[in-house]
Design a protein around this ligand. Structure first.
Ligand SMILES: Cc1ncc(C[n+]2csc(CCOP(=O)(O)OP(=O)(O)O)c2C)c(N)n1
Length: 327
């Protein structure tokens, strides 16, 4: 169980994610943002809890919706410049925030192909073992990601090799506009699809404490050589798949999930325990808004990258004057 100062820190991360996305939505609606927002509002406890449970040098492979990984491992300014693809962004504009990776922060970059990072995560875990590093890799993916072949190849390989991986399904029950139940042939828990021999945990993704506890236990087990765990966190997103996609889900379903809002659940727990008061929460929220708005102002004035975009993409690569690769 986290102590009081850890509990307030966890709440600050939850607030950061919520306030950040509220600001993203506002800016996007007012004037647009180069990277189309795919918001995670409603799902914050999964990314926050899992990232919190892991060590700073554990590898994280987020899905494009696991914003918490970015906000907890990078500065707010890095995340915002990442969305604008400008010169100061972590990859100097080579990839926007959705798929960015930085080895410095132990974030594995992904591709736009849903599920493609699952095998990469298993590979990162294999490399940690071969290099004798005490690192766990956590990979986040949606219910849609769980329908991909990579779900089986990565889990099978990790289970056979006892690799230190924590597989985390952020089951928000919708794949763009398709209900997962229409395309996934199991009745209840989609983690059942993995028949492989590994522990499976189905948890409440709206409860950050449950996420932290489950991911910590899985990571400890992995570090002791116990192999991978598959965690399915039941959750829900409040916004459509992306901000250009019309909302076709039932309003009543969305409202029902909002009654178990992950930020609110944790907030009430802190208030009841006397760990924080309303005043601290409001002050923290106001400070975060100020910092986030300043990052947006910075990003809007930040120049586009000057460097040749092919530079730093491939190691030891010679490029001719037209930008072509010299072989
Ligand atoms: C292989 C592949 N198929 C389709 C797409 C288009 N696509 C992008 S995100 C997405 C939905 C993914 O759903 P899920 O994995 O459940 O994650 P969520 O968006 O719910 O977080 C789809 C179909 C893609 N990028 N890659």
């Amino acid at each position: 169980m986290p102590d009081d100062s850890e509990r307030t820190e966890i709440h600050e991360y939850l607030l950061l994610n919520r306030v950040f996305e509220e600001t993203v939505l506002e800016v996007y609606e007012d004037e647009g943002i180069p990277e189309l927002p795919h918001l995670s509002m409603g799902q914050e406890a999964v990314g926050v809890g899992a990232t919190y449970a892991l060590e700073d040098d554990d590898w994280l492979a987020p899905s494009l919706r696991t914003r918490a990984v970015m906000l907890m491992r990078l500065s707010i300014r890095d995340v915002v410049t990442g969305m604008y693809g400008t010169a100061s962004s972590p990859t100097e504009g080579r990839v926007t925030e959705h798929h960015l990776g930085t080895s410095e922060n132990h974030i594995l970059g992904t591709t736009g192909l849903v599920g493609s990072h699952l095998n990469v995560a298993a590979g990162a875990a294999l490399s940690a073992r071969q290099l004798d590093e005490d690192r766990v890799t956590a990979v986040f993916f949606g219910d849609g990601g769980a329908t991909r072949g990579e779900f089986h190849t990565a889990i099978n390989y990790a289970a056979v090799e006892d690799l230190p991986v924590v597989f985390i399904i952020e089951n928000n029950q919708w794949i763009e506009e398709t209900p997962a139940s229409e395309v996934i042939a199991v009745e209840e828990d989609i983690s059942e699809m993995a028949g492989h021999d590994l522990p499976k945990e189905v948890i409440d993704g709206q409860d950050v404490d449950e996420v932290i506890e489950t991911v910590s236990a899985a990571a400890d087990r992995a570090r002791r050589g116990g192999g991978p765990t598959l965690i399915e966190a039941k959750t829900y997103r409040y916004r459509p798949h992306a901000e250009v996609i019309p909302e076709r889900r039932d309003e009543a379903e969305i409202e029902e999930w909002k009654e178990r809002d992950p930020v609110e659940v944790h907030r009430e727990r802190l208030l009841d325990a006397g760990v924080a008061d309303e005043e601290w929460i409001e002050e923290t929220r106001a400070e975060l808004i100020e910092e986030i708005e300043a990052a947006f102002e910075f990003a809007k004035d930040d120049p586009m990258p000057e460097a040749d975009v092919m530079d730093k993409v491939y190691k030891d690569m010679d490029v001719d004057e037209d930008g072509g690769v010299v072989r």
